[in-house]
Design a protein around this ligand. Structure first.
Ligand SMILES: NC(=O)c1ccc[n+]([C@@H]2O[C@H](COP(=O)([O-])OP(=O)(O)OC[C@H]3O[C@@H](n4cnc5c(N)ncnc54)[C@H](OP(=O)(O)O)[C@@H]3O)[C@@H](O)[C@H]2O)c1
Length: 278
């Protein structure tokens, strides 16, 4: 099934930066009916709205500054969208965050926010916005997972687990919605040069040569969704590398990743004391 972006009402989470912002820029060129841009930073969304409206004056751009890790704010977002735009034709669950380091040393508040954003917000938005698509017999959901939704990596345990959820959820939902006219796709990017590195602490851990540009990644993602593909990995080299990793027997992969704790301990100390309970 193919998807045309023209005349569609498209909601993109995490549109204030990185891959989400580049997807918004590229989608605007197709002449959608409405672009609903969601993220926390209002100023960044406003700057993007100005940029898009200058270039594409016929596209209606809506700014929705909400924190998706808060359930009440997602409900407020849904009310705003229903009042101002009506139904959503294409939902792009892109907002996500990561964390790098030993699990024992992680900040629980950050992990909790990650689980709420990467898993709960994505699932809840899909739960709320898909039924009207089924009723209309058309629509699409695109979830941005990760190469870590297919593989795993010590140092990113909770992030990889959250993306495994996204991958399994998306594949299963695609199966359920077969024949309804609603496309369900997912992208599993490798390293992309965005703010993600700085916020997750992965900056400097990946050679710059392996990084894909956010613009190129967004282009491949939108192409994959337009073709109605189930799961795609942007970037030829990353795609080959990830698929080789997937073919590797799990015990071999565990063996290859054994030195990771020692590597992580070069930049942080092990935690011996118990975590305090408030
Ligand atoms: N970059 C990579 O290497 C890479 C690789 C594989 C997969 N991915 C996935 O790709 C997606 C996009 O990542 P990116 O690389 O573009 O990251 P990014 O540059 O850090 O952008 C993340 C976006 O999510 C928004 N966001 C974060 N927390 C939010 C919250 N609580 N509520 C609402 N919005 C929130 C941010 O906006 P505000 O800060 O304004 O809220 C921003 O717009 C994520 O799901 C990520 O896991 C990234």
């Amino acid at each position: 099934m193919k998807l045309n972006y023209a005349h569609q009402r498209i909601l993109i989470t995490g549109a204030s930066a990185g891959i989400g912002r580049d997807m918004a820029r590229q989608l605007a060129a197709y002449g959608p009916k409405a672009l609903i841009l969601v993220a926390r930073r209002r100023e960044a969304l406003e700057a993007l709205k100005l940029e898009l409206q200058e270039q594409y004056p016929t596209v209606a751009v809506y700014i929705c500054a909400y924190d998706l890790s808060e359930r009440q704010q997602i409900d407020a977002l849904l009310r705003t969208v229903s009042r101002e735009v009506g139904a959503v034709d294409i939902l792009i669950n892109n907002a996500g965050m990561g964390d790098y380091g030993l699990f024992e040393n992680a900040d629980w508040a950050k992990l909790e926010q990650m689980l709420r954003l990467n898993i709960e917000a994505l699932t809840y938005l899909t739960y709320k916005l898909v039924p009207p698509m089924i009723a209309l017999g058309r629509g699409a959901v695109l979830n941005i997972s990760s190469g870590f939704g297919l593989l795993f990596m010590p140092g990113m345990s909770v992030y990889a687990a959250s993306k495994h959820y996204v991958t399994a959820f998306t594949d299963a939902l695609r199966g359920e919605l077969r024949g309804t006219g609603v496309i369900v796709s997912q992208a599993c990017p490798g390293p992309v040069a965005t703010e993600f590195g700085e916020h997750s602490g992965t900056q400097g851990t990946i050679p710059a040569g392996l990084m894909m540009s956010s613009e190129a990644c967004a282009r491949e993602i939108l192409d994959g969704l337009a073709r109605g593909r189930a799961l795609f990995i942007p970037g030829k080299l990353v795609s080959i590398g990830t698929n080789l990793g997937r073919l590797m027997p799990r015990p071999l992969l565990r063996l290859a990743l054994r030195p990771m704790r020692r590597r992580l301990l070069k930049s942080e100390s092990p935690r011996f004391e118990p975590v305090s309970v408030n």
